[in-house]
Design a protein around this ligand. Structure first.
Ligand code: NAD
Ligand code: AKB
Length: 317
């Protein structure tokens, strides 16, 4: 039987696009999608309902399909985890332990687990934030990602577990909706620009954050997983960078295509989270170790988002 890939949390923003790309590369039947909820788009391959906190169910699915590689995407994101800290911690940590332990016991061979720019905090240098720097995250989500990074490195060092990770910035795509993060505004703004010509933003106008177009995030994920193990020198998580912008800057871009678009600002709890995160990221280790480079800048991202959502949104509404 061929080795198969399991994506856990496949119905979310990243999973929706990652499964599609993995199936193009490895074949529909070799990529098993799984989540506690149904997929956002029709599936071309196997899908299983799986609660990652249920170890028995996880092992059953891994054995049923002869899974050797796991992409663990299930998590509570920054804004949602602040509303339910104890469950955020439980889900974000125990999902990781359940998968790391499968690799420790040699049931699976390889793991991808995403970290986030949320591992940084208010005391971290904000510009060109280095790979190694002060990390004092002030959100439950950031604390869980920082602890997760430490555990990934620990399992690699102690048990030789082949786990690979990236600190994603805010991700933007048109194929799926974001799932409760602080950077979600950068997707919502495109939807509202097309649907109603105006947007009320929950961050203030000059809040600059690191962001990335989804195809670049998927490319990074697949490339770090394909890289020779000896090139993966960092087993906590790699900084990667795409672009940085504020709500005001993205609004000005959108206005080039939709001149009548307007924005108003009503910062909420998410403002404080955003202010604790870096403005831009230094990704020299990812460039050097496994050849990372992004393809999409703010101008191309704006064109892609508007062009595709113009086709899709009238169909959804
Ligand atoms: P999302 O919220 O869109 O998707 C997460 C998926 O996990 C959802 O479909 C949800 O139903 C599923 N899930 C929740 N609990 C589960 C459980 N118990 N068992 C199985 N599935 C469960 O999140 P996303 O944006 O796709 O993020 C995926 C990963 O990437 C997360 O670890 C997140 O922290 C990380 N990340 C995302 C971003 C981003 O901008 N999207 C940035 C940095 C890091
Ligand atoms: C969030 O805003 O919580 C995520 C992230 C940057 O981790 N998009």
């Amino acid at each position: 039987m061929v080795d198969r890939i399991l994506v856990i949390g496949s119905s979310g923003q990243i999973g929706t696009e990652l499964v599609e790309e993995l199936r193009t590369i490895y074949g529909n039947e070799n990529v098993i999608a799984s989540d506690i909820r149904e997929p956002q788009i029709a599936q071309n391959g196997p899908f299983e309902i799986l609660d990652i906190l249920n170890k028995v169910q996880l092992l059953e699915i891994v054995e049923k399909y002869n899974v050797k590689e796991v992409y663990l995407l299930a998590a509570l994101l920054s804004a949602t985890a602040e509303k339910n800290p104890s469950f955020g911690w439980d889900l974000n940590m125990n999902s990781l332990f359940n998968v790391l332990n499968l690799a420790k016991d040699k049931v699976i061979d390889k793991i991808f687990w995403p970290s986030s720019i949320a591992v940084f905090g208010p005391t971290t240098p904000k510009e060109n934030t280095p790979q190694y720097t002060i990390m004092e995250p002030s959100t439950v989500y950031g604390i869980s990602k920082q602890a997760g990074e430490r555990w990934c490195e620990y399992y690699h060092e102690k048990y030789n577990v082949d786990v690979r990770s990236i600190r994603y910035p805010g991700l933007i795509g048109y194929k799926s909706k974001p799932g409760g993060g602080t950077t979600d505004y950068a997707v919502d703004i495109f939807h509202q620009a097309i649907l109603s010509n105006n947007y009320e933003c929950f961050l203030s106008e000059n809040t600059t954050l690191p962001m990335m177009y989804m195809s670049d995030a998927i490319k990074a994920t697949i490339n770090i997983m394909k890289a020779d193990s000896s090139n993966i020198k960092i087993r906590s998580s790699y900084n990667i960078s795409g672009m940085s912008f504020s709500p005001k800057e993205i609004t000005n871009r959108i206005k080039k295509y939709i001149p009548g678009f307007s924005i108003s600002y009503k910062p909420d709890d998410r403002q404080k989270i955003a202010e604790s995160w870096p403005k831009s990221i230094n990704d020299q280790h990812a460039i050097k170790d496994w050849g990372w480079s992004p393809d999409i800048n703010l101008s191309t991202l704006t064109e892609i988002m508007l062009e595709n959502l113009k086709q899709l949104l009238p169909l959804e509404n």
